[in-house]
Every structure is written in structure tokens, then in C-alpha cells.
Design a protein around this ligand. Sequence first.
Ligand code: OFO
Length: 167
Amino acid sequence: MISKKMADALNGQVNKEFYSSYLYLSMAAWSQAKNLKGFANWFSIQAQEELGHALKFFKYLEDQGATIRLQAIDAPTATFASPTAVFEATLKHEQFITESIHKLVDQAVAEKDHATQIMLQWFVTEQVEEEANAMDIVQKLKLVGDDPRGLFLVDRELAQRQSSAAE
Ligand code: OFO
């Protein structure tokens, strides 16, 4: 059994993960509208992964017999200034999520809640990867600048992303 304080914090994270999914779905819609089909593919898969993250927290709360309180999900931003801006927003959001996960770890450590610490380790590792992926794409887009041929190639690369059921 986890503390009420820990359960409340994890319930907050469930909401943040659902919001992440919503945000990436919104980015997928924006990309699709701009005919950036590879971008849309990348964001749709990202949205699915975030749904998986939300459900991992949900299941953990369930397994711990904690009270689950689903909260309203904020409406995500719907418009972005450019293809680079949409991935800069992705990186910024992932940095925010990393900070949130680290705060949860700090709380679990302070409470000597070993089970929650172990559960959170997966997310600590995942965030390193999420930030690295977003950073890599931002850098590519900056390199490409205003060159439409470069953007075409990045879009083609993002079209290659495949959904990984495990995440
Ligand atoms: Fe993007 O990792 Fe969950 O939120």
C-alpha cells in the first residue's frame, strides 16, 4: 500500500501522461493538415506510447489498491509556427515530464517507498530516450532550415517510425 500523498502525485502523473497523448495527437493533426505525413505518423505513434504510459501508472495505482481519480484533460495547443517549432515544443514538453518524474522519484525516496521507486525507474530511463529522440529531430530540422528538399527527407525518415507495442 502506498501513501495517500504518493497516490495523489501518481494520479497527477496519470493526467500528465494523458495530456501528453492529447498533445501529440494534436501535433499529428497539425502535421497531417500541413501534408507532413511522416510527422503525422511519428506523432500518432508517440500519442499511442503516451497512452501506454498513462495506463502503466493507472495499473500501478490499481495494483497498490490506491484510489484512482481521473481528472479533466486540458486542451492541447493546436497550432505551431513551423515544423521545427512543433519538435521544439515536443522537446520542451518531454523536459517538463522528466522533471515531473524526477519529483515523483524524490518523493518515493523521501517516503522510503521502494516499490514506487522501482516502478519509476522505467520512466526515468524512458525519459532519457524521449528527450534524446526529440533533440535529434530538432537538430536535423535546424540543419535543414528552410530547404524544402531537406524537410521532405526528414518527413520521409519520420514516416519510418513503427509502433512498439511494449511502450
Ligand atoms: Fe513522453 O513520456 Fe510519457 O509523458
